[in-house]
Write a protein that binds this ligand. Structure first.
Ligand code: FEO
Length: 175
């Protein structure tokens, strides 16, 4: 059974993951209107992943006798300055998420809730990957600078990455 403190903290995390999904969805839609189909495919996929992070938490809270509350929708920004600005925002946002996850892990230790502590380890590893990927993309965009040709290839790279991720998920579902 979840303590009220842990339950509240997990619900806060549900809200944050839900917002991440909305945020990346807004970025994906903006990128699509800019003709950046690869970037938008990557971001649509990223948005779906965040929704799954939220869902995983909702199900866990309910399994442990709490109530996973579906948060209200907050409107994310509509337009973005550039592709580089988008990925810089993602990196910044993911760093905030990491800090929140760490706070959550801390709360489970204080409450001696080792089951939730164990469950959260998946999120700890996921954050390492997400931050590393965002950082890698920001570095690439710094190299590209204002080179339009570079951006074209970058867009194609992200399209390929989105396809690989989607294929991986189809294989996982078949297992
Ligand atoms: Fe679910 Fe990107 O943190």
């Amino acid at each position: 059974m979840l303590s009220p403190q842990v339950s509240k903290a997990l619900n806060k995390q549900i809200e944050l993951e839900g917002f991440s999904s909305q945020y990346y969805l807004a970025m994906a839609s903006w990128a699509e209107t800019q003709g950046l189909n690869g970037v938008s495919a990557f971001l649509y996929h990223h948005s779906d992943e965040e929704r799954l992070h939220m869902l995983k938490l909702v199900r866990f809270v309910n399994e442990r006798g709490g109530h996973g509350v579906v948060p209200a929708l907050k409107q994310p920004p509509v337009t973005f300055k550039s592709v580089k600005a988008v990925f810089e925002e993602i990196l910044k946002h993911e760093m905030t998420v990491t800090a929140d996850i760490n706070g959550l892990v801390d709360a489970t230790l204080k409450e001696k809730d080792y089951t939730t502590h164990n469950f959260l380890q998946w999120y700890v590893s996921e954050q390492i990957e997400e931050e590393a990927l965002a950082r890698q993309i920001v570095d690439k965009l710094k190299l590209i600078g204002n080179d339009k040709g570079g951006l074209y290839f970058f867009d194609r790279d992200l399209e390929a990455m989105a396809k690989v991720e989607a294929a991986k998920e189809t294989t996982d579902k078949k297992k």
